[in-house]
Design a protein. Structure first.
Length: 369
């Protein structure tokens, strides 16, 4: 790509980001586009072999991962895990391992295959392992370059790094720093700490140094993976609709360590009979009750429409208890009642014991006289 076309592309991206700020509600499609724009701004010079792909390829892969998760957790299974309404009788594990004609032709009725769970069978690692090499790279943990030179043009002072960025050996750093930093001072440090030490000692790095690019590359690859998973989560919500989309995304967020509040932010449908159960599931997973959510995101008629915002706690304060909560409440009241009766019994027994003790003491006193 020519410098002129690259400049045009950057200007267009900045224009889109500015327009985004003027919208009343940040839409799910906006969030995906923000990641794509970040990718185009930051990953242009990423080396080959690190899963670099075009915008179109990246969008296709995001949707591929969404479809995998939809196949792994169909609507009726999501509804079984986090109930809303109208539960289907279909069970995906039964369809895949008991009613599957191919399976039936290969194994007997009593085979252990029959008791497999589909979501465990079609697990994340199995999905990643089935991908072509360039897509598999998108999930790879970024590693640091094993050798970085302070000044690439002179090839003298350098550091050896392990895959996590810790300095295993430093060579000729005393030469470059004019004795301000010894090789042994750097060994064992993380490369980012070594950079801070160089700056603290007032040592300026040349523009052709390999330390800063090595740090930046790992940082960008880490952010790319995180951003890609978030984009998948947004698309799961968007494709799944107002009930199953946010529920499926909550399962995804829990499994992949994403922000649990995101599915809730877009998943509040006051007409959902299972809303309180959905909220309780989120809280049980460790979600904050202070998280703010849009009310009726899927019912909006325009991207510019301003939606009401409510906290999880406010919703819990206004929605009726679920049957599970009612049962827990009854058990709690029963326990408190039993505790109260037990304490009253113990207090009565203590009072009787003290009365008896006083009578015995009075009787003993009269006898002594």
């Amino acid at each position: 790509m020519s410098i002129f076309k690259r400049k045009e592309e950057l200007n267009e991206i900045k224009k889109q980001l500015l327009e985004r700020k003027q919208k009343k509600t940040v839409t799910l499609s906006d969030k995906v586009n923000d990641f794509i724009n970040w990718y185009k701004l930051n990953m242009y010079d990423i080396p080959n072999g690190y899963g670099y792909c075009t915008e179109e390829e990246l969008r296709f892969f995001i949707d591929k991962m969404v479809v995998w998760y939809e196949l792994r957790f169909p609507d009726y299974e999501v509804n079984r895990i986090i109930p809303s309404i109208n539960q289907e009788q279909t069970k995906v594990s039964n369809e895949m391992f008991n009613k599957n004609k191919y399976v039936n032709s290969q194994v007997g009725e009593n085979s252990d295959v029959r008791i497999l769970d589909w979501d465990e069978f079609y697990n994340t690692q199995a999905f990643i392992d089935s991908l072509p090499a360039n897509e598999k790279e998108l999930f790879a943990e970024p590693v640091y370059s094993p050798l970085v030179y302070v000044d690439y043009n002179h090839n003298v002072s350098h550091m050896h790094l392990d895959s996590n960025g810790y300095i295993t050996r430093s060579e000729k750093m005393e030469f470059y720093t004019k004795g301000k930093i010894k090789d042994k001072d750097l060994e064992g440090l993380h490369i980012t700490d070594a950079l801070n030490l160089l700056e603290k000692k007032g040592i300026c790095l040349p523009s052709e140094n390999e330390i800063e690019p090595a740090i930046n590359e790992v940082k960008l690859l880490t952010l790319r993976k995180s951003g890609m998973l978030d984009a998948v989560m947004y698309r799961i919500i968007e494709r799944g609709g107002k009930k199953m989309g946010p529920r499926r995304a909550l399962l995804f967020a829990k499994e992949f360590g994403r922000d649990l509040s995101v599915p809730m932010r877009y998943g509040i449908d006051l007409a959902d009979p299972g809303l309180r159960n959905f909220l309780n599931t989120y809280v049980k997973m460790g979600g904050s009750k202070d998280s703010l959510c849009y009310v009726g995101y899927f019912n909006k008629t325009s991207d510019k429409e301003r939606l009401n915002v409510v906290s999880i706690q406010d919703l819990l304060d206004t929605l009726h208890f679920t049957e599970e909560e009612d049962e827990l409440h009854r058990k709690m009241l029963s326990t408190l009642s039993t505790y109260k009766d037990q304490k009253e019994k113990e207090n009565k027994e203590e009072v009787n014991r003290l009365r008896l003790q006083r009578r015995l003491e009075k009787s003993k006193s009269r006898n002594n006289k």
